[in-house]
Design a protein around this ligand. Sequence first.
Ligand code: IPM
Ligand code: MG
Length: 359
Amino acid sequence: MAQFTISVINGDGIGPEVMVEGLKVLHTLGAKCGHTFATSNYLAGGAALDATGVPLPDATVKGVKDSHALLFGAIGGPKWENVAHHLKPEAGLLKLRKELDAWANLRPAMVYDELIDASSLKPEVLRGTDIMVLRELTGGIYFGQPRGIEGTGPQRKGFNTEVYHEFEIERIVRMAFVIARGRRSKVCSVDKANVLESSQVWREVAIRVGKEFPDVALSHMYVDNAAMQLIRDPRQFDVIVTGNIFGDILSDESSQLTGSIGMLASASVGGPVGFFEPIHGSAPDIAGQQKANPLAMIGTLALLLRYGLKLEPEAQLIERTIRQVLKDGLRTGDIKQPGCRILNTREMGEAAVERLKAL
Ligand code: IPM
Ligand code: MG
């Protein structure tokens, strides 16, 4: 029995409505397992910009750092598309990752048998797919210097720098090996070492760290090939470890293997406080309509419990809840299938609460 303080950032778009359902499930779990989850709300993204003039107020950073874990909805939307670069909701998110030193981003993509027909790929290609994409999150081209926009006329240019230090590569690759040991003992390191010096260093470090893990099979793949292999034969992958921008792209791709981005969760860890968010984003086109799938947020709770609070049995209860909801034929619009019942966001959250109570 324990007491935890959880920071909550609803954010923008569908963030608030999926958060409501996630918190119902979290408190149900607390009552079931004898834990107390005290939540404090903070602002970030467009909501923060509207209320305070910045996308990441200092009070948010301070509050989150004082908690055990951060549960995050989603940020961004067309309303803030034209604000200055440093004020964009996305800039707030990147700053928060940096402030929390959340250098490791875990994005599991697992194909549920119940949803196998929801994907645009053939069931026989997908069945059994279970990939952990491990993305470096506080380095690479997202943060490299120099960056900027300079000059005028045809000579005007935009530029960014892809840079990786050995220490940044070493810690994320080591984490990949440790995670692989708890899975199928395979790590695929993805780079572009045939072109980029940053990738050449990446590959050298991966090989060096790999020597410490002789029980784990290490392979290397160029990112263009990896993008192709992911849809050609996703089952060949166990853990994929890669840099920030390649991981951004490949994790969206792998999410589509599972049928809907509305099912996937992510964990950003490495620093003192872990940061847990669904990967679907703010989906402004369906915001406020109770159409969003709250299962990604509920899956995010499982990651928060597992990686943030080290409550493995509780994490598994949440995962069993999601499976039960799917087995019972309950769906939101994004994963609708013939013969299944379509629920709205609130109904899906309540269905999960009922299943969890009954487990
Ligand atoms: C993600 C998103 C973010 C990223 C954006 C919103 C800044 O695409 O979490 O994958 O590029 O990291
Ligand atoms: Mg992305």
